[in-house]
Design a protein around this ligand. Structure first.
Ligand code: PLP
Length: 427
């Protein structure tokens, strides 16, 4: 039976129970944080060998490069070889950078805005710029757009990807539509994996802007939570086949493979786009941190080395995802108060509560000492038009803390839903 089937008396009982459960929750004086998708210390420990690598005297790359010195703008070949295989891109079209792919996305966007792309008539800033933003999505993508005055248009998600009809229509009719954010594998926060068909459509659709770009953020390319370790699509080859070789800027990093704060970032694209990116990048840096590239290459060894490391990461975090699923199902299942995603990889679970209650749930949780990502954070301008989406990031806290936090969150969801339903029933 769902909440909307209950009589006013039954709703009053439910509300009284939820209020008592919430008072009990608050009295526990919790201090838990599920705000950001950070690796847990046990995950970081898997790469502690990095702290002693490459080791005294070991500073030469395979080609003899002295990694301590300036230069080598495209990054060390040995780290690029490992990730070219994992990301399914040609080594020659892959750039390895410093930590944080977000920085690479930022720079790519700023280069487009101030300089224009290889297909642009001039800098993007000369005209209005619009990005299509599948929602819910990654808040920091949206923050980048907001920072630089790019208009964001939300596009709803289905189970295979975003609403293609809307994307095709807007891209075809409006030359201000210059880009779209795509997290193709285990999207943040929905866990959606873009199929080959959806990808092909995005790559081949006609666009009014000749310099339309897909910001293909493959942050979770190797972050599987099941045995189904899907290989990355050959997106650059598919783009070339579609006659749009320059349409994709692909990004990735080892932030959630090795160290989130000291990993290696990647940029991959067509030969022309890579030359364009490096031309602008060289003005900003005389070369990336090649010592970090070298120690990563030594630590990871090969693409298989990365796959094995990711299986160890999975063993640490998959039980936390299962725990969240079990608690959500037992506390909220069948009550008509929530739906949630069951991701097969990545870092997040996306929870939808009754329309109009997400902010209330997050506020209740905060008052009870459970910090969740702000309601609306996964939407452009921080505004969830239905006020229903909450992002759960279960990787960082200990398993016990995850369980306590999700139990508490369920109490808040039930209280907010009971308040709303009772308000409606007695209005
Ligand atoms: C989709 C997505 N892209 C990028 C990042 C950040 O990556 P990096 O640490 O390489 O900047 C995150 C982190 O949560 C993410 O979820």
């Amino acid at each position: 039976m769902t909440l909307s089937d209950l009589s006013v008396d039954a709703l009053n009982d439910l509300h009284a129970d939820a209020t008592a459960a919430y008072a009990d929750l608050r009295s526990q004086g919790l201090k838990l944080d599920l705000t950001r998708g950070k690796p847990a210390p046990a995950q970081l420990d898997q790469s502690n060998a990095l702290l002693c690598l490459p080791g005294e005297g070991d500073y030469r790359a395979a080609d003899g490069t002295d990694c301590r010195n300036y230069g080598g703008g495209q990054g060390l070949p040995e780290i690029r070889e490992i990730f070219a295989e994992l990301l399914n891109v040609p080594v020659a079209q892959l750039v390895a950078g410093d930590n944080a792919s977000l920085g690479v996305m930022h720079d790519s966007l700023v280069f487009c805005l101030l300089k224009g792309t290889v297909d642009s008539a001039g800098p993007w800033v000369r005209d209005p710029v619009t990005f299509l933003c599948p929602v819910p999505g990654y808040d920091r993508h949206f923050a980048l757009c907001e920072q630089y005055g790019i208009t964001m248009e939300p596009v709803e998600f289905g189970s295979n990807g975003p609403d293609l009809d809307t994307i095709r229509r807007r891209a075809a009719e409006d030359p201000s539509v210059r880009g779209i954010w795509v997290v193709p594998t285990y999207a943040n926060p929905t866990g959606v994996v873009y199929t080959e068909d959806v990808t092909r459509d995005l790559l081949s659709m006609p666009t009014a802007a000749p310099d339309f770009r897909i910001f293909w953020d493959n942050a979770y390319a190797v972050h599987h939570l099941t045995d189904d370790e899907r290989p990355a699509l050959d997106v650059l080859g598919m783009a070339a086949d579609a006659g749009q070789p320059n349409r994709v800027f692909a990004f990735a990093s080892t932030s959630k493979i090795t160290f989130a704060g000291a990993g290696v970032s990647f940029f991959a694209s067509s030969p022309d786009n890579v030359a364009w990116y490096l031309k602008h990048l060289i003005k900003r840096t005389i070369g990336p941190d090649k010592v970090n590239h070298l120690r990563h290459a030594r630590h990871l060894g090969s693409a298989d080395g990365v796959r094995e490391l990711m299986r160890r990461q999975r063993a640490i975090i998959a039980p936390k995802f299962e725990q969240v699923e079990t608690i959500l199902e037992s506390r909220l299942g069948g009550r008509g108060v929530a739906t949630w995603t069951r991701p097969e990889g990545g870092y997040f679970i996306s929870l939808d509560v009754p329309d109009g209650t997400a902010s209330r749930v997050v506020a209740l949780a905060k008052d009870a000492g459970i910090a969740m990502t702000g309601a609306g954070a996964a939407f452009p301008y921080g505004k969830d038009p239905r006020d229903r989406n909450i992002r759960i990031a279960p990787t960082f806290p200990s398993p016990d803390d995850v369980a306590t936090a999700i139990e508490g969150l369920c109490t808040c969801v039930l209280l907010a839903a009971a308040e709303q339903q009772l308000g409606r029933a007695t209005a």
